[in-house]
Design a protein around this ligand. Structure first.
Ligand code: SAH
Ligand code: SF4
Length: 369
């Protein structure tokens, strides 16, 4: 075992949370430890949610030393949080290279006592985003880099530790386009919803995409699969091109083919996200077209009222975008219902702390949180 110790020490230290359960088994067995130690370690890190190697219990001195010598534990240098009046919490994580990202925790009390409480965290997948959607504060930052697996995993674990209760649902709706950081996103899902752990169920994880067409079929490599949400926001290519520049490289019908295939392969209902903008995409005709699209496979339309991004000092079309009035949003939703579609109008959390959908942009005001 001594020689193997040397071998590991020569390599650059990687974070322990970048490994799946089967990777950990291989690492420990290769280093001469019994296989069952991997299960203990995995459970300690993810279920007991320990803060460092010293807190990990059930392991002997030798294994603890091996872990400390060869692996990092924390993905973040610093964590700050802001609590909203509605109970949601925005986390600000400082990464080891000085970059910063945000996650938002949303509590959700269940009126029905027989049903379990649902608590959701909205995680980031990239530092910033390069896709430049015209309504999104993250888009104004541009892309700095992809997050590593452990930087995604630790958003959930650190939040859970602060909150002192388990998170049941994860949505990839924070900063960044998850399908453009494909490998780390997949790996983080495999780790957090490992079937041996039953910590978070796959069906409780939603990946939201603005429509990276070639990556949608690849997502079915997750078995069991995750839920897919598509940020559609328009029913014609002319309008979608204007507000989601990625659409210029593709088109809605090609996108819908991939989405329908995803449903056929996974049998999980699709979510279509739609922000109604005043005078742009909020007519009854738009609602009819959206209903027609939504009815192609079992799905739900999630209407997200536009969250203000004036703090980014928008220019061009971004400066012209205005939220549809609430009466029009209701009419729009009713029209879809009349056509047999399922619709929810999202209740936005965290407005007072700029933590709502599309508002994560690390404004300077957050510096002193
Ligand atoms: N990049 C992915 C996931 C992150 S964005 C995507 O685009 O789907 C998460 C959701 O917030 C998307 O549906 C996005 O369209 C929406 N969103 C972005 N900016 C918004 C804003 N200002 N108001 C309301 N929703 C917004
Ligand atoms: Fe990126 Fe999503 Fe924002 Fe578009 S909406 S800029 S894809 S984070």
């Amino acid at each position: 075992m001594g020689q193997l110790f040397l071998f590991y020490k020569m390599e650059e230290k990687r974070n322990i949370k970048s490994y799946t359960y089967s990777d950990l088994e291989d690492i420990l067995v290769d280093a001469g430890f019994p296989k069952f130690r991997a299960e203990q370690l995995f459970r300690e890190i993810y279920l007991s949610n320990r803060s460092n190697f010293d807190e990990v219990s059930m392991i002997n001195k030798e294994l603890r030393q091996f872990l400390k010598d060869n692996f990092e534990y924390d993905a973040f240098k610093d964590v700050k949080k802001q609590v909203s009046v509605d109970g949601s919490v925005k986390f600000l994580f400082k990464l080891h290279d000085g970059n910063r990202i945000e996650s938002v925790y949303m509590p959700w009390q269940n009126d029905d006592e027989d049903k379990p409480e649902r608590t959701t965290i909205c995680v980031s997948s990239q530092v910033g985003c390069g896709l430049d959607c015209k309504f999104c504060a993250t888009g104004t930052l541009g892309l700095t880099r992809n997050l590593s697996t452990e930087e995604i995993v630790d958003q959930v674990l650190v939040a859970e530790r602060y909150l002192e209760h388990p998170i049941t649902n994860i949505v990839f709706m924070g900063m960044g386009e998850p399908l453009l950081n494909f490998n780390s996103v997949i790996r983080s899902i495999e780790i957090l919803s490992d079937k041996e752990l039953t910590k978070i169920r796959r069906k409780k994880i939603t990946v939201s995409t603005s429509g990276v067409i070639p990556r949608i079929p690849k997502l079915t490599q997750l078995d069991p699969p995750v839920k897919l949400a598509l940020s559609l926001h328009a029913t014609t290519n002319g309008v979608r091109d204007k507000i989601v520049p990625l659409n210029e490289k593709s088109n809605i019908s090609e996108l819908m083919n991939k989405i329908e295939n995803y449903y056929r392969e996974t049998k999980l209902p699709i979510t279509y996200e739609y922000i109604p903008f005043d005078g742009l995409n909020d007519t009854i005709e738009d609602a009819k077209r959206l209903a027609k699209i939504a009815k192609r496979v079992p799905s739900r339309v999630n209407i997200i009222p536009f969250n203000d991004i004036s703090f980014t000092n928008p220019t061009g079309i971004s400066a012209e975008l205005k939220a549809s009035p609430s009466e029009r949003i209701s009419e729009f939703a009713n029209e879809i219902r009349m056509f047999g579609g399922t619709v929810t109008v999202r209740d936005t959390f965290g407005k007072d702390i700029d933590a709502a959908c599309g508002q994560l942009a690390l404004s300077n005001r957050d510096e002193n949180v």
